[in-house]
Ligand binder design. Structure first.
Ligand code: UDP
Ligand code: MG
Length: 325
């Protein structure tokens, strides 16, 4: 991943079958950016089956500031964004939808807000123009849950339009539908996150690529990142905890079985609690072994990738004149 930042802004646009909206969006971007910033625009064609790539090639021909990355097949919006991030050269990175629902006119405002001293400014589509039943309502519920669980108080995690300082995202690896969790991941790493209301427009051409099922994927991703963040260095605490609970349950139910046998005379093989005891014994062994396996995995993961379990901001020590980062 190129780490030297040669331009001020990188605008990153994942596009999947958006042939009819790209030219207008490009014109709008030009108008907003050309007089104000030193920038590049990276379009990522996410395996479109329509004319998207040809339209992008034409745009690219006339503008050296534009780069086009074409995927072999459709890998999804998160992958497209990740490819854009990895190939970007801007100190500030701004992703944007290709369908024109995000308004390029918001970019200078996001950048100003970022320059007030934030690492990430997240867009909030306060007046959202999408289907209420399949999109807006489920997304409200999902956003509420995400905010509660991550502890990061944003109203709209799903808005693509955000502004990131490169340093705040360069370490983050994306999977699944995870681009929406970048602010949460970054904020856990100590970055400053702000939110700003942005314009949202109805989709003018093409159709949406998502429906209700994305909400479920998002919730599963949320569980994954929460688990990784809370326990990725000590999984035995989770699994071992469950194992100990099961063992306690087994103990109590075993005592009950003996109690019924010797006090009330109920034969052990006629007492369903015997089965429960056996089940809990097996469960507790399984949980503890799973925890130990997970510990092995975690160690391999951290050591093979040279990952630290902490993030240092500054070190002050003798012999340093320059102490701030
Ligand atoms: N997108 C993509 N790959 C996909 C699905 C979507 O690159 O597999 C792009 C799409 O072209 C658009 C953005 O992601 O630029 C958001 O998609 P869409 O407008 O369908 O989502 P919505 O606005 O309805 O949430
Ligand atoms: Mg859209």
């Amino acid at each position: 991943m190129a780490d030297d930042r040669t331009v001020e802004l990188s605008v990153i646009i994942p596009a999947y079958n958006e042939q009819d909206s790209l030219e207008k969006l490009y014109d709008e971007l030009n108008e907003v950016l050309s007089s104000k910033f030193d920038y590049e625009i990276i379009f990522v064609d996410d395996g479109s089956s329509d004319n998207t790539f040809n339209v992008l090639r034409e745009i690219r021909k006339n503008d050296p500031k534009v780069r086009v990355i074409r995927f072999r097949k459709n890998f999804g919006q998160t992958a497209a964004l990740a490819a854009g991030f990895e190939n970007s050269c801007g100190s500030i990175v701004i992703p944007l939808d290709a369908d024109g629902q995000n308004d390029p006119a918001d970019i200078p405002r996001l950048v100003n807000k970022l320059n007030e001293g934030y690492d990430i400014v997240s867009g909030w589509r306060k007046k959202r123009h999408d289907n209420v039943v399949t999109r807006t309502l489920p997304s409200r519920i999902a956003n509420w849950i995400i905010a509660r669980i991550t502890g990061v108080k944003l109203h709209d995690f799903g808005c693509t339009l955000k502004a990131y300082r490169w340093e705040s995202i360069k370490e983050i690896r994306l999977y699944g539908e995870m681009h929406r969790f970048i602010p949460a991941l970054a904020s856990w790493g100590g970055e400053n996150v702000a939110e700003m209301v942005v314009n949202h427009r109805p989709r003018a051409t093409g159709k949406t690529k998502y429906g209700l099922n994305r909400t479920f994927k998002v919730i599963l991703d949320l569980m994954t990142i929460k688990f990784l963040a809370s326990f990725s260095t000590k999984p035995i605490y989770v699994f071992g905890g469950l194992g100990v609970l099961s063992a306690l349950g087994a103990f109590v139910s075993g005592i009950l079985v003996l109690y019924y046998k010797f006090v009330t005379g109920l034969a052990m093989n006629r007492n369903p609690l015997l089965f429960l005891t056996g089940l809990l014994v097996i469960a507790s062994i399984q949980f503890i072994l799973m925890g130990l396996l997970a510990e092995l995995l975690v160690r391999t993961y951290h050591e093979s990738q040279g990952r630290q379990i902490y993030v240092i901001d500054t070190i002050l020590q003798a012999g340093d004149e320059q102490n701030s980062t």
